[in-house]
Ligand binder design. Structure first.
Ligand code: CAA
Length: 261
């Protein structure tokens, strides 16, 4: 149980896309404890009440742990939906000064079996979304003269992975986007970086067939899956004032699975 009195609020609003998921929840907790005002986005995939109810339950569970996070629905792969969501946040909570592009999906299959929608769904949710959300918050950050954008890339964007031509392309694309935006905003008090997780113990990784997953874990020098908190720690560092001179960088958090420069 977090003692709310020990958290010194810093007056800055942070939006975590896909914030109610495995890594997203850990990022929300960490940034909340660091003093940010937290907003977690979720997507109402099929307009059924199920996702809303799950998100509300997630929010209640966070509250029980002393983490107060506002939840907002929005499809970050759709410009108009994201625009509506971000306008709502800015009116009700404040200007977004920290954006964590965390939402992501997999549609793993070898290219020779890949349907066009498996390619486009991954591109839209994992890559086009970072253009959409960054574009919608960047002017507010520039006006404030302080901002942080962190995008969750992947070890598989660095090294490739069987069955992930779509996902690896999107994750590698995030890095080029972030380095370019870092150049554009370096003199405006805004830093733009990526974190590249390896295989983390979330529902996404647990969905890999068990025998394949075990083979992957055997390849990890540390011999284990990562913990969402280990990704959240890197994000918390990048959004902190301690990381004020870091921009256009990537932090790999992968148990030694791939050692890129
Ligand atoms: N390298 C070379 N060949 C491989 C291979 C690899 N890594 N993996 C499989 N193959 C071969 C198999 O040996 C098999 O060969 P044969 O036909 O000669 O026997 C052939 O490719 C087909 O393999 P599968 O039976 O696995 O094919 P499938 O169609 O049933 O499954 C797949 C394909 C769903 C992509 C499956 O291989 C898989 O799940 N792979 C893991 C993908 C993965 O790591 N996803 C990460 C998800 S988590 C995430 O993305 C988070 C993050 O950022 C890290």
């Amino acid at each position: 149980m977090t003692d709310k009195n020990t958290i010194v609020k810093n007056g800055k609003v942070a939006l975590i896309t896909g914030g109610t998921g495995g890594i997203g929840s850990a990022i929300c907790e960490r940034l909340y404890k660091a003093g940010f005002t937290l907003v977690a986005n979720y997507r109402d995939f099929d307009k059924a009440m199920k996702w809303r109810e799950e998100a509300k339950k997630w929010r209640d569970d966070q509250l029980k742990m002393g983490i107060d996070v506002k939840i907002v629905e929005g499809d970050i792969s759709d410009y108009e939906s994201a625009k509506r969501m971000i306008r709502e946040i800015e009116e009700e909570v404040g200007v977004i000064q920290v954006l964590v592009n965390n939402a992501g999906i997999t549609r793993d299959t070898p290219l020779h079996k890949m349907a066009p929608e498996q390619w486009f769904e991954v591109m839209n949710t994992n890559l086009n979304s970072i253009f959409i959300c960054s574009r919608l918050v960047i002017e507010g950050m520039m006006a404030k003269g302080w901002g942080r954008i962190v995008s969750i890339s992947s070890v598989n964007g660095q090294k490739g992975q069987f069955g992930q031509t779509n996902y690896a392309t999107a994750k590698a694309g995030m890095v080029g986007f972030s380095k370019s935006l870092a150049l554009e905003t370096a003199k405006k008090g805004i830093t733009v970086n990526t974190v590249s997780p390896g295989y983390i113990g979330t529902a996404m990784v647990m969905a890999i067939r068990e025998d394949i997953r075990n083979k992957i874990i055997d390849q990890v020098p540390m011999g284990r899956l990562g913990d969402p908190q280990e990704i959240a720690a890197a994000v918390a560092y990048l959004v902190s004032d301690d990381a004020s001179y870091i921009t256009g960088s990537d932090i790999s958090v992968n148990g030694g699975l791939y050692m890129s420069r």
